[in-house]
Design a protein around this ligand. Structure first.
Ligand code: ATP
Ligand code: MG
Length: 427
């Protein structure tokens, strides 16, 4: 016997049954995707699908080199002289495609994507090396109404999944480039004054990306970060107006939020509005959705200046939360479990099964000529409501036997009458 090969560390199989390290099944994923597809359509978003591998430069240019994602977590390899990377997130690829195909030529775009993302992180509950995101990008929309709409959209999804009481919305305004530059000068001065108290990461970031010192997770950095100059004190009237408008709309939609002036997000491309949805139910992996404005990114990637905003939801984390605190209604069981006895019954049964499927019933076939008692056990285990039985008697009389597995009632009828009977039982 050969040695068993295992999946790559941090990359999960999603199975029809809950596995040793996954609380969800493919049925959970499909149920979520069905809800998500309807939800996205309600908001007018269209699907976009891009390759999982892109030129490394795309991520370097859009996400930034001094981010954890590009600096430490990317799967990068040489492809015969060209540096390529597995996508660590969806926005860069989406915008690359939009610019490449000139989709913004004469109208703005509302796009959504869903798929696997790859980051070389330390695997743990809610943090994997292959994980999935579902995200939206509203391209060509400058107003605070769009910021509020995509936040409302998230809130709507939480409600559909029954987790609206387990999540909290945090918002912040990162201002524009000039405002950030003025704040940066003050921040660097402040950090220099406290340099001997900074950890190694923060000392490095003080030079490369000082704003990120503010979202250090190190408990020893909290006091320094809390007392640092606040970006909100450097916002001009335009940024403040936008930020206030967003808050007014959120209030009018009854969407609770808290302001977090240290929320800066891990990627470099954000400006103005940023937000995160967090939960305290998943330990350290508490962020289930992050988003914000990236008004300069499309231009950076070779397109025309296009004000834009988007978010990405981590599906694994969302499903962990839904499985423990929310609800996902899944009815995976077939209507009918079909069984036969004797080889001559096979064609008779299969014809009946196809007719029932065409009449709208879902049918699971047992697929082996076994004792009826064995087949009935499997029928019960499948959760089917009815059993269809074809044995020698049915073949000779041209009839079908159906049993209502809930009431125990059993009848033999002509194929047409069977459909009527099943419809009646289903009412
Ligand atoms: P974190 O701070 O937890 O590392 P992040 O800021 O790196 O998150 P984003 O880049 O904003 O995450 O990605 C959006 C969402 O994708 C996150 O809020 C999270 O739900 C999910 N996510 C990110 N990295 C992972 C991962 N390694 N495994 C599972 N989900 C992830
Ligand atoms: Mg991360």
């Amino acid at each position: 016997m050969g040695v068993k090969i295992q999946a790559v560390k941090g990359m999960n199989d999603i199975l029809p049954v809950a596995g040793k390290d996954s609380v969800w099944t493919t049925a959970d994923w499909l149920a979520f995707e069905e809800i998500a597809h309807k939800w996205l359509a309600q908001y007018g978003y269209k699907n976009i699908r891009t390759p999982m591998i892109e030129p490394t430069g795309l991520f370097v240019r859009s996400i930034g080199t001094d981010t954890d994602v590009v600096g430490k977590e990317m799967y990068t390899f040489d492809d015969y002289g060209e540096s390529l990377s597995l996508r660590p997130e969806g926005t860069a690829s989406c915008l690359r495609a939009v610019v490449e195909h000139n989709l913004l030529y004469n109208s703005p775009q509302k796009l959504w994507y869903m798929g696997a993302m790859f980051r070389h992180e330390k695997p743990q509950k809610g943090r994997y090396r292959q994980f999935h995101q579902i995200g939206v990008e509203a391209l060509g929309y400058a107003g605070a109404d769009t910021d509020a709409e995509i936040i409302a959209m998230c809130f709507d999804l939480w409600q559909k999944l029954g987790i609206q009481n387990c999540v909290q919305l945090e918002i912040n305004c990162l201002g524009n480039r000039e405002e950030r530059a003025a704040h940066r000068t003050a921040l660097v001065e402040y950090l220099k004054r406290h340099e001997n108290q900074l950890d190694e990461d923060s000392r490095r970031r003080m030079v490369t990306n000082p704003l990120r010192v503010l979202d250090s997770k190190n408990p020893a950095m909290q006091e320094i970060a809390e007392n640092a100059p606040k970006l909100s004190d450097y916002l001009g009237s335009g940024s403040l107006k936008h930020y206030n408008a967003l808050q007014n709309i959120l209030n009018s939609l009854d969407i609770p939020f808290v302001e977090n002036h240290r929320l800066v997000r891990g990627l470099d491309y954000y400006n103005s509005t940023v937000f995160e949805w967090t939960t305290d139910k998943l330990g350290a992996q508490g962020t289930i959705c992050g988003g914000g404005r990236y008004d300069g990114l499309i231009e950076e990637l070779g397109g025309k200046p296009t004000p834009s905003i988007g978010f990405a939801i981590g599906i694994e984390r969302l499903l962990l939360l839904v499985k423990s605190h929310g609800n996902l209604k899944i009815d995976n069981s077939p209507d009918i479990y079909a069984m036969y006895q004797g080889e001559t019954a096979q064609p008779h049964l299969m014809r009946a099964v196809q007719n029932l499927r065409h009449a709208g019933f879902s049918v699971l076939t047992h697929g082996a000529d076994q004792k009826l008692a064995t087949q009935f056990k499997k029928a019960d285990a499948s959760g089917a409501k009815f059993a269809l039985i074809v044995a020698e008697n049915e073949v000779l009389s041209g009839s079908l036997t159906v049993k209502n597995l809930q009431t125990g009632e059993q009848v033999s009828l002509s194929p047409n009458e069977v459909i009527n009977q099943l419809n009646q039982w289903s009412m």
